[in-house]
Unconditional design. Structure first.
Lengths: 304, 308
């Protein structure tokens, strides 16, 4: 299993740590004091089932007939399977459009955000210029200010320039986070200077050093930032709710809210919509779990 | 160029100056796209928000300066008091339970057990899921008459289970339960990384000294994990104070403000009542709370956090 290496600081010998508080398989215990393996299972299995239950229930409900939803006792296997709940979803609201909006907005924000943050981070980490420390302090100073403080002036600004309900409004204010620049600057600082000195001797420009030396060495930080920027914007709700007003410009989360507003108790439809919103992210997560988890332990982002 | 003797001493300095200036221009070039976005959409809005909080502004007429009136109104507003209370109760209900469960799960998974990857996936899935989508299914699970939870309680012999989301008493606990479920995985991953970084020789040394399992947990795991615990605590508290999606989707802050949280109330005043000044003042109070709580946590960390 490769996942044991996560979050391990480089340094001390790995073999020593492998044995961590395992407490021995035969005596197997939670704290090491003789609780059996069965106790561990008695804790892990039911809680894991509870964790998965909402997802199972979501999928199950999304495939039931409208009447079967209200049966007692509840059943998990729909009978009959109503796949047409999903086709109906696309008829009542433009879910394909929501989907594309979410992909486009989250994708563009990620691309813009990671690229410009990486460039700015290079300037902060590697170049000397007047005003550098003051500017960086400005970035740092806003890190602790919650998004809710900024959202009101931003809304007023977007409204003044007539951008409410446009892609610019969904993308631009979300794309330039101080956090990304800060994160990448910290990472770039850990890359030894010697590598660039060699490039400088060879007459490389800063752009060449940035693209050929720094970026290739920053894969983990860049991918963590990209994954969580995308995830955050895919799941983002308050911001797109505020800056959009039409169904046409809705992202998936806002579209789900509209669906709830129109079909407040149409549980099969609501659950089908939820499944649709979760499916892409959960699928990617299944295949790239390692990167998600590495990203969290490296940066501490991704929590709610 | 004047006399050649001088030229030789001046020229290098001149070149260095030019190089410096060129580097500076290059630096601004690298900085510009991000800096521009940062200034327009973060830095100036923060300054503007300070000013807005001292005005009364409905976006129809120009803003009028009202001084500290918005902040005074907050002090006297019973709904705002309720909102503060709800938010604090939410944080107190969610963070400790979530962290404790996450620690237990992390310790259980920090061993070679069959299906380890499966378990980790199960606990972590809610973290990547959209809160809006999972809040919808939890609204359905908490449904008073046909919800999965009350059906289960009914089968267990509970004859009058709570009305959860439509009950002023149980709506906030319901949202707390949902949030605990959603956040365990995040803390678990960090705890797991922390546990894996504890050197095994410490446990072995403790064993040799005759420490039993509880002692090893108390005197090796807890102190060695304290920096992770501190980090998880700070992040979880900051995030929890900003709860919005759940309250919006599951209850719309109701019934009777029972689940009205700080951010939900900011949303209502700003984008439903268009009282920009008052809403912005609330947002600053949110910032002040987060700031103070975080500073206090950093201040007191010396007493229990152990860095090696």
């Amino acid at each position: 299993m490769t996942d044991r290496s996560e979050g391990r600081p480089a340094g001390a010998g790995a073999p020593a740590r492998r044995a961590a508080p395992r407490g021995g398989r035969r005596r197997g215990s939670l704290f090491g004091f003789g609780l059996g393996d069965w106790l561990l299972a008695a804790f892990l299995v039911p809680t894991a089932i509870l964790m998965l239950m909402p997802f199972v229930w979501m999928v199950s409900t999304s495939l039931k007939s409208a009447g079967a939803v209200f049966e007692y006792p509840p059943t998990f296997i729909p009978d009959p399977f109503r796949w047409d709940n999903y086709t109906r979803l696309f008829q009542v609201l433009p879910f394909a459009r929501f989907f594309l909006n979410s992909v486009f907005v989250a994708g563009t924000v990620t691309l813009l955000g990671v690229t410009t943050s990486a460039m700015a981070a290079y300037a902060f980490a590697r170049l000397r210029f007047p005003g550098r420390d003051a500017l960086f302090l400005g970035y740092l100073g806003t890190l602790m200010i919650p998004a809710q403080v900024v959202i009101i002036p931003n809304f007023i600004l977007l409204r003044t320039v007539g951008w409410i309900d446009t892609y610019q409004a969904l993308i631009l204010p979300a794309a330039f986070s101080a956090f990304g620049t800060f994160l990448l600057r910290q990472y770039f600082l850990t890359i030894p200077n010697e590598l660039e000195d060699a490039a400088v001797v060879d007459g490389a420009t800063h752009w060449q050093i940035f693209t050929r030396v720094i970026l290739p060495l920053s894969g983990p930080a860049l991918s963590a930032l990209a994954i969580f920027t995308f995830l955050f914007n895919w799941n983002s709700f308050l911001y797109p709710l505020v800056v959009t007003s039409s169904v046409r410009m809705s992202t998936l989360t806002v579209g789900l809210n509209t669906l709830q507003g129109q079909y407040n108790t149409a549980w099969t439809l609501l659950m089908a919509g939820s499944v649709l919103a979760l499916l892409p992210v959960l699928t990617v997560f299944m295949f790239a779990q390692r990167y998600f988890i590495k990203g969290i332990t490296m940066t501490g982002i991704g929590g709610r | 160029m004047a006399v050649d003797v001088r030229a030789r001493t001046i020229a290098p300095r001149h070149t260095i100056g030019r190089l410096r200036r060129r580097t500076a221009w290059t630096a601004y070039g690298f900085l510009l796209p991000n800096l521009l976005g940062f200034l327009v959409f973060t830095f100036f809005p923060v300054l503007a928000a300070l000013l807005i909080s001292f005005t009364s502004w409905d976006l129809l007429r120009p803003p009028t300066w009202v001084g500290l009136a918005n902040y005074q109104r907050l002090v006297e507003d019973p709904i705002f008091h309720r909102v503060l209370r709800n938010t604090v109760l939410y944080v107190l209900g969610t963070v400790p339970v979530q962290m404790l469960l996450a620690l237990l799960v992390a310790m259980a998974l920090n061993r070679r057990i069959p299906g380890r990857l499966f378990f980790r996936t199960a606990y972590f899935m809610p973290v990547v899921a959209s809160t809006v989508a999972v809040a919808l299914v939890w609204r359905w699970i908490f449904h008073a008459d046909f919800g999965l939870l009350n059906s289960a309680l009914y089968m267990l012999g509970v004859n009058d289970p709570p009305n959860w989301l439509s009950s002023t008493r149980w709506a906030l606990p319901a949202i707390v339960i949902m949030s605990i479920w959603q956040q365990i995985g995040f803390s678990m991953v960090l705890f797991l990384a922390g546990l894996q970084a504890v050197p095994a020789h410490l446990y072995e040394a403790a064993k040799i000294d005759g420490a039993n399992g509880w002692h090893r947990f108390r005197f090796v795991t807890v102190p060695m994990l304290s920096s992770t615990t501190f980090f998880v605590l700070v992040i979880s508290v900051i995030n929890s104070f900003q709860v919005f999606d759940q309250a919006f989707i599951m209850t719309e802050g109701g019934p009777a403000n029972a689940t009205n949280t700080l951010v939900f109330n900011i949303y209502r005043y700003a984008f439903q009542f268009f009282q920009m000044g008052y809403a912005t003042a609330m947002a600053w109070v949110l910032f002040a709370i987060i700031f103070v709580v975080t500073v206090v946590q950093f201040r007191y960390q010396r007493q229990w956090v152990h860095y090696d």
